[in-house]
Design a protein around this ligand. Sequence first.
Ligand code: TLP
Length: 346
Amino acid sequence: MNNDFVDLRSDTVTKPTPEMREAMAEAEVGDDVYGDDLTVNTLQEKAADMLGKEAALFVPSGTMGNLLAILVHCARGEEVICGDKSHIYVNEAGGMAALGGIFPHPIPNQKDGTLRLEDIRASIQPDDSHRTITRLVCIENTQNMCGGVVLSVDYTQQVGQLAKENGLKFHIDGARIFNAAAALSVDIKELVVPADSVMFCLSKGLVSPVGSMLVGSKDFIARAHRLRKMLGGGMRQVGVIAAAGLVSLEKMTGRLKQDHARAKNLYEALKQIPRLRLAAEPSSNMVYFDLDDSIQLTENQIVAEMKKHGVLVDWSAPRQFRLVTHYWVDDAGVEKTVKAFAKVLA
Ligand code: TLP
């Protein structure tokens, strides 16, 4: 891929920084299945410490992290309350059902990304042999499909309280929870206190090439560790990747507000382009917009035309685009993107 492209398709496209590559080259490694990889161990300790939980597990992807959490919390035939626009429901290939025999119980994500507390309460199954057993409630922060919106500390506490009162476990898909903490200017610990488990990604806004973390209690992580092996996620000398993850935690968590500011600039500039219908102002690193009906080009034609102007974009739904800012998108990249859209849609 030509590095001159501005790539806004996702923050998953972020390539490692020179500092990460150096750390990767020099990483101390060992067989992580034996627990011998000192770099992985350090990363896991640091992640647990930053989130204020007892333990953490390095996993290959966010999808595996979420799946492991669900498999640990739920038995076959049990149920997970989640958003109808949540990644675990829409974008994880039905893993919980296919691999765990676990039932997703989707309820509407509101525009602000939340699940209404009364909807959660109403979907908890009664103790009745006809019904599945509700075991887990899952929220996503930031909520990707609702616009990268940020869920507050207060809301998270309310969900945690509701879960506790009803004997449910509580998991946060925090793929971008460091973005949420940055947007709210809070310590990440505050955002996850009530959760039994949290998954967050190193490979998105935190710029690592690969990897996610699952955090929770010692017992939870011990069980997830066994299941990770079962799913083929025991990764041997994986300190070469974990080394980049340490740079993510040390150097990248503190700079996410820059990505959010650029998303706002991009949003403001795109608003000036007639025939683009911008959604609400971005609260993190995502800009969503719809195409006006008067635009004759198909989504794929727009993607192809933008590429000719050196900008990679992707559509997220029919007539809808999502642009994601990240470490490798600077002010000049934002400007180039706006100019390209203005020309392509002229
Ligand atoms: N999201 C990707 C795509 O899969 C849509 C993206 O480009 O945004 N939780 C959330 C909220 C996510 O957005 C993603 C990835 C995941 C989990 C899964 O992470 P990976 O890709 O590491 O399995």
